[in-house]
Design a protein around this ligand. Structure first.
Ligand code: ATP
Ligand code: MG
Length: 573
């Protein structure tokens, strides 16, 4: 491709609305433009990157037995009502009415559509396993669209869905997809880690996320992993063993209400009462689908809202506002406690609290706390359930090692759906005896637009992008220093044709610009290999060959250029 004939609007200035280096670079190097919040246009270079990555995904999905299809983005609301998700998925789902006032959705995922597709048509166990996938646009009205292609409201996803007859067969299918995922990300130039994750609105039994660990500010996810064994989980899901070695009283003491003037936060109360935070129990008031819930957590730990949401099986969980706190506790924020709450408040206790004796809680009265409170004797809980957020320094629940915390970008995930959708939407098959069973399903996503941007969090320097060759828009950038030199132009045309004849993808910067401008743009755009044609080396019949990721260049005879480019490419990432 000739630069003069394509469209690469590079920008010199920093873009003020891009916090991430990857987002900044895609804007500045002319790959993407923003149309609205979370809505992006993919320019010619980005289109090629997306195609390259899609093809890697396609090859590995096909290898894993996947069959490519395309499902509509537009879907009648009825299907989503049938699965129950029309009500549970909430505001993230884009909804609209057609001209007949019929409710429709723009799909953010396609479990409903794919299950509809096979239901009734799938007859026999002999047709299983079945693995269908698509590479398709998705719509999600994200609360916080941000970070460019990382979190868009319209984006491209590869989504695959599998149907198996039994658990043994499903386990093989699932492992096949996991293997394919590792292969895909490796080919795209990144190493990912597989972590246990919450199943969220998708439902189902278990799930894994594929994370790119980053040291930049791009990680939206927190991963807890063990230094010793392989345990790794999203913090939303992470389990842990408490490292605190607390002295627990033997005897139950009498309760005592005390004044704590001006002390509402954990820090203030512990300072005022001169006790360790682990003796205090926080009572956190939440509204779960509109119903009040009190979560009791040890004073030195934080609540994991996802664990709480799962424990109360809520679709929407929100912290109670000050009016609601007043309504259910009878006190302002900061003095909630388990004793004397309104009767309809459900009390959930973390196991670390259940172990304590003679702890301190809010008194549900302004500026008062109660000492020597005991679960069972002084109040009852609906459940004791793990509600604490794991943190660095906790103990691994599997091996006793030390847990550490990392930031990550979720580039893909895999869900064990079980029979949730096959039962509600009727994806059933007949076994050898003619008995009907629901299929065991899996669902598997990869961010087709998110992943290439995530890759850039690893592949850049202070001058711009450095693409791994597998998803670079072109392999080579060809730059004659001066378009006014007939010899240089003649050589450039010759090399351009040679490379193209050998199926080497090349971007030929044929603009009548100064060399400095071309070099800056080349560094910004980030193609893996640069060929520079200048008068000095041309006198010896040679051109400069250089990797974007390396400092040194080599001089190569024009006739030798194809072989030299191939050799250099082989050694590059
Ligand atoms: P997240 O936790 O980041 O919101 P998710 O759990 O909602 O992701 P899935 O519904 O499983 O993600 O989607 C599969 C893949 O699609 C994700 O792993 C991610 O790579 C990509 N993806 C999800 N949401 C977005 C988005 N808003 N913009 C771009 N890519 C996305
Ligand atoms: Mg999401």
């Amino acid at each position: 491709m000739r630069w003069s004939q394509t469209y690469i609007p590079t920008l010199r200035q920093q873009q003020s609305d891009a916090e991430l280096i990857s987002h900044q670079l895609l804007l500045r190097a002319g790959y993407i433009r923003k149309l609205g919040a979370g809505i992006y246009l993919y320019l010619p270079l980005m289109q090629r990157v997306i195609e390259k990555f899609s093809n890697i995904v396609r090859e590995e999905m096909n290898r894993a037995g996947g069959l490519e299809i395309t499902m509509s983005v537009l879907c009648p609301a009825e299907l989503w009502q049938q699965s129950g998700r029309y009500d549970t998925i909430g505001k993230e789902q884009m909804r609209l009415k057609d001209r007949h006032q019929h409710d429709m959705v723009l799909c953010g995922t396609h479990e409903e559509s794919v299950t509809y597709l096979v239901s009734g048509e799938l007859k026999s166990y002999k047709q299983l396993p079945l693995n269908l996938y698509q590479i398709q646009v998705k719509f999600r009205d994200e609360i916080r669209p941000r970070f460019g292609l990382m979190r868009g409201r319209e984006f491209i996803m590869k989504d695959a869905y599998t149907f198996d007859a039994d658990e043994t067969s499903f386990a093989k299918t699932y492992q096949g997809m996991v293997d394919a995922y590792f292969a895909i990300f490796r080919r795209a130039g990144i190493e990912v880690v597989k972590v246990e994750s919450d199943t969220g609105a998708m439902g189902g039994k278990a799930a894994h996320e594929f994370m790119l660990l980053v040291d930049t500010n791009a990680g939206e996810e927190i991963i807890i992993n063990c230094e010793k064994c392989k345990y790794a989980a999203n913090v939303e899901k992470a389990e842990f063993t408490d490292p605190a070695n607390l002295k627990i009283d033997n005897e139950l003491k009498d309760m005592e209400k005390v004044d704590t003037p001006g002390a509402a936060t954990i820090e203030e109360v512990t300072a005022f009462l001169k006790v360790d935070a682990s003796r205090l129990v926080k009572t956190l008031m939440y509204m779960a689908d509109g119903k009040p819930v009190a979560a009791l957590i040890r004073g030195d730990r934080d609540l994991n809202e996802i664990k709480l949401k799962n424990a109360v099986k809520a679709n929407e969980l929100e912290m109670a506002n000050p009016e609601q706190v007043q309504q259910y506790t009878g006190a302002p924020v900061g003095f909630a406690g388990p004793i004397g709450l309104k009767e309809n408040v459900k009390i959930l206790v973390d196991p670390l609290v259940a172990k304590l004796k003679n702890f301190i809680v809010g008194a549900n009265e302004n500026e008062k706390h109660i000492l020597n409170v005991n679960l069972g004797r002084d109040f009852k809980a609906a459940h004791t359930v793990d509600l604490s957020l794991a943190r660095e320094g906790d103990i691994c629940p599997r091996c006793g090692g030390r847990l550490i915390k990392r930031d990550g970008i979720e580039v893909g995930n895999t869900f064990m759906l079980g029979t949730k959708y096959s039962e509600t939407l009727g994806a059933k098959y007949l076994d050898a005896e003619g008995k009907e069973h629901p299929c065991i399903m899996g669902s598997y996503g990869i961010g087709i637009t998110r992943t290439p941007q995530a890759v850039l969090e690893k592949y850049f320097d202070d001058k711009g992008i450095i693409w791994p060759k597998s998803i670079a828009p072109y392999l080579v950038e060809l730059i004659p220093i001066s378009m006014e030199s007939p010899e240089q132009v003649e050589t450039a045309e010759k090399i351009y044709n040679l490379l193209r004849d050998n199926n080497i993808e090349v971007l030929y910067d044929d603009r009548p610009e100064r060399a400095g401008v071309k070099f800056n743009d080349a560094d910004l755009v980030g193609l893996p290999i640069r060929i520079t044609i200048g008068d000095k080396s041309l006198k010896q019949g040679k051109v400069e060959l250089k990797a974007r990721s390396e400092k040194d260049m080599e001089l190569v005879a024009v006739e030798d250029i194809v072989r030299a480019v191939k050799k250099l490419a082989e050694r590059l990432n």
